[in-house]
Design a protein around this ligand. Structure first.
Ligand SMILES: [Zn+2]
Length: 133
């Protein structure tokens, strides 16, 4: 049975797979000119520690000026939360798309919901395209 966007399942995200998925996402969303740094680590990297609490499982930062972004996803925290790391990765990438398109994206519950749903749908689409999915 294919993974459903409505029922995320935990599969650890390997760094190589994450890089491949981000390149796919960038092509799909038209942001191939962005340079994305990926951090797949259980605990938040130093640059995110100040803003991440124990419930934070993924986070991003970005610069529209330099078209650069950093995305962190925690496999262990996704597992504890019952979340799919690929969905969280694409959710964070949606924040970069929002930045690229000039959408005001700060502290909006409604936008977080939309990024969450789009992240899930895109993760499902990405996984369906993979030969060994
Ligand atoms: Zn978000």
């Amino acid at each position: 049975m294919p993974k459903s966007a409505a029922t995320p399942t935990f599969t650890p995200l390997a760094p190589a797979e994450a890089r491949k998925a981000v390149r796919w996402f960038q092509r799909q969303m038209g942001i191939t000119d962005w340079r994305i740094k990926l951090l797949i680590a259980d605990e938040p990297p130093p640059r995110f520690v100040k803003n991440a609490d124990l419930q934070t499982i993924a986070m991003c930062s970005h610069s529209l000026e330099y078209k650069t972004g950093t995305v962190w996803v925690s496999n262990s925290r996704c597992k504890a939360d019952g979340s799919c790391p690929m969905e969280k990765l694409f959710h964070e990438m949606m924040h970069l798309v929002a930045e690229d398109t000039g959408i005001q994206d700060h502290a909006s519950f409604h936008k977080e919901f939309v990024w969450h749903r789009l992240g899930a749908v895109l993760a499902t689409a990405y996984c369906a395209e993979q030969p060994n999915a």
